[in-house]
Design a protein. Structure first.
Lengths: 558, 131
């Protein structure tokens, strides 16, 4: 990237600087630590110069935004053209309560919706299932049928606003609720936009809300890819997620390697089915974490874009759109402290800024109270305002990839890419993604990193403000969200009424058709849509698939 | 030789957040205790059954979904029913401050929130184990 002669001069200059300036100074004023490391325990040098990125070719390795390898961004104008989507992950209690929260957020300048479901919904159980005990509406909204989906989006313009839904095991069914609701409102499914997370691999790896074993799960996912590009073309049929891998305790490098590796795995499965890569690849999207190490996070997003473009090309994608990595980012929930919760606002600001400088398409900023409970209205408003301040006041949106060309950032981007490929080699040696999973490789890697991180905090080798240093002993003075105690009862009554009022012969017929189809190789989406249109519940529809596919039991590794 | 403290680390309910449970399991093991980890998706019945089978001194419950007021208390109630009041029960997760005294009253002797030093959990168990 630099002239050879110039590089030589810089190399010598750096040596001289070390000898004459840096070391003498360091002798008089020692550094605070012998070694500086980032959050992946990679050693960071005191200074980066053109010498650290001399091996890079600007045109080939870095390039221009909107052009291959998309390191600097997937859009030529980036935030000069359009800001990222302000999308707050949100859901609690009943559909009515969450619907009110969505209207509140949209009223305060949110530009996209993101649904958090409660645990029974995530596992494909209705609210009155015995295993749903105590969980109703606790960490998300309960959606047991199309009826709940209707209420959840009542008076919200789903033909205009896009919706992301964090749902995996039963993603196909919940997506069908959304499509059916649009259709009942006379909105063409070809114009609705949004995302289903639908990323089962990271569920086995980290998030653990799986239902079926890997093979039938992958089949269902490919069904949604196929149905999506043919029937719901503006929908992202997957959000391949590193977020939860990171929350489970991985490093940034592991998050990057495992997530993009999962992405490649999905493409391979879809191609094995006979789908054309250029038909579905542009509807694959990603979801990353924004943790504390500012530069490492930025490098991670940039590296992810370049690796994805390269890999998709290798897999045979021809259309430029197929090569674009579009991603959502959420600030790191696991970095929030229950101690002095107000200071989480500062953490979130830094993390959000990293996501923006890394070129995210959409962003969720955590609320300060989330180490204590689900966010209160005020806390979530401040979190949203944080994004608005970055967008409107900070000036970082004026130029594309402002940190591109930083010696440190480019070096780190490159290093993270290199380490990603090293991880992929290890996975390959274990036989690929599914065998590595079954052998507990990912789980063990993450558990190791999580424990190491915690030990460093316990031993005060890593400072967390308010937790192991700068502590205060004073009561927490922020309001905690209170939920409607009657929500669960209302939900269960609604379910009872639904099961009585609907045409049960039709429900039975549709569920049987789904059962038959699940045993064949047919795409299940049309059958699932028939079930939900006739108001078969989530639990009933999912049970049919549980019967046919079986359930996954994970090896308990710690 | 002194008998090592036996701990069952358990994940009740549907919550899949197991980072904390696994870290605590390892920390207790490193502190010399014998640790049995149940894995995910345990009902109160399953947890108590394992506690009896494994003859544990301590049950550690971890939950981040917010269902602790129901699921933790299900476990302490059932332990009592089975005559296992002498098993020390501790719990952790995303637990609002105001819930902690109620949990303690219901038999969860120690409640540990985010930011807890693993050493504090070890000390608490050593000091309070009843068997």
């Amino acid at each position: 990237m630099f002239d050879k002669k110039e590089l030589e001069k810089i190399k010598h200059g750096r040596k001289d600087w070390e000898k004459n300036c840096y070391l003498p100074h360091k002798k008089r004023h020692p550094e605070r630590s012998k070694k500086f490391e980032n959050l992946s325990w990679n050693e960071i040098k005191n200074l980066y110069t053109p010498g650290d990125i001399a091996h890079l070719d600007y045109i080939k390795d870095i390039g221009f935004p909107g052009e291959y390898p998309y390191l600097r961004g997937i859009h030529p104008t980036k935030y000069r053209g359009r800001l990222w989507t302000f999308r707050q992950f949100s859901g609690f209690g009943s559909a009515e309560e969450t619907n009110r929260r969505y209207k509140y957020l949209l009223g305060h300048g949110e530009t996209g919706l993101s649904v958090a479901f409660d645990y029974p919904t995530l596992y494909g159980y209705d609210a009155d299932h015995p295993l749903a005990r105590g969980e109703f509406g606790k960490c998300g909204v309960a959606v047991s049928s199309l009826k709940d989906m209707e209420i959840l989006f009542s008076e919200i313009p789903i033909d205009k606003v896009t919706t992301s839904m964090t749902i995996n095991g039963p993603a196909a069914i919940v997506w069908a609720f959304y499509i059916a609701n649009a259709e009942n409102r006379k909105i063409d499914r070809r114009i609705i936009g949004g995302t289903i997370q639908n990323d089962i691999l990271k569920e086995y790896i980290a998030q653990k809300s799986f239902i079926f074993p890997p093979e039938p799960s992958m089949r269902l996912i490919v069904d949604t890819f196929e149905f999506g590009y043919k029937e719901v073309p503006r929908w992202n049929t997957i959000s391949i997620s590193g977020y939860h891998i990171r929350e489970a305790g991985s490093t940034a490098v592991q998050e990057l390697a495992f997530t993009v590796g999962d992405g490649v795995e999905y493409v391979k499965w879809a191609m094995k089915r006979g789908l054309n890569i250029d038909d579905f690849a542009s509807r694959l999207s990603f979801f990353f974490n924004a943790h504390n190490d500012f530069f490492e996070e930025i490098a991670k997003y940039r590296a992810a874009r370049r690796i994805w473009a390269k890999e998709l090309k290798k897999l045979g994608a021809k259309k430029p759109r197929s090569l674009l990595m579009r991603f959502h980012t959420q600030t790191a929930g696991c970095s929030l402290t229950a101690q002095q919760p107000e200071i989480n606002i500062t953490r979130v600001t830094l993390q959000a800024l990293a996501a923006v400088l890394g070129g995210t398409q959409s962003l969720h900023t955590n609320s300060m109270d989330e180490a204590l409970a689900l966010p209160s209205e005020k806390a979530v408003r401040i979190a949203l305002r944080t994004q608005q301040i970055i967008a409107e006041e900070s000036g970082v949106t004026g130029t594309v990839d402002p940190l591109g060309g930083s010696y440190y950032i480019e070096w780190l981007t490159d290093k993270m890419e290199e380490e990603t490929y090293q991880y992929w080699d290890r996975v390959e040696k274990l036989g690929g993604v599914l065998p590595a999973l079954e052998k507990g490789f990912y789980q063990r890697e993450i558990a190791e990193a999580a424990y190491r991180y915690q030990k460093e905090i316990d031993e005060n080798k890593r400072i967390i403000v308010g937790v192991n240093d700068y502590k205060m002993d004073e009561p927490i003075e922020i309001p905690i969200l209170k939920m409607d105690e009657k929500g669960e009862e209302r939900q269960i009554n609604r379910l009872k009424k639904l099961r009585k009022d609907r045409n049960n012969t039709k429900v039975e017929k549709n569920l049987n058709a789904l059962r038959k189809a699940a045993k064949s190789e047919a795409n299940l989406m049309p059958f699932i849509l028939d079930c939900v249109h006739s108001y078969a519940t989530l639990g009933e529809t999912c049970q049919v698939l549980r019967d046919v596919f079986g359930e996954y039991v994970e090896p308990a590794i710690y | 030789m002194e008998r090592r403290i036996r701990v069952l680390v358990a994940k009740p309910g549907l919550d899949g957040h197991d980072r904390g449970a696994k870290i605590v399991a390892r920390a207790l093991r490193d502190a010399g205790m014998e640790v049995i980890y149940t894995g995910l998706h345990q009902t109160a019945e399953m947890i108590v059954e394992t506690a009896i089978q494994e003859d544990v001194d301590v049950v550690g419950l971890s939950l981040l979904s917010g269902a602790h007021m129901t699921l933790f208390i299900d476990v302490t109630k059932l332990l009592k029913e089975k005559g296992m009041e002498d098993v020390l029960v501790v719990g952790g997760g995303i637990i609002p401050e105001e819930d902690a005294p109620k949990l303690k009253k219901a038999g969860v002797a120690g409640v540990f929130g985010p930011g807890t030093h693993c050493g504090d959990i070890v000390d608490f168990i050593k000091k309070n184990v009843k068997r």
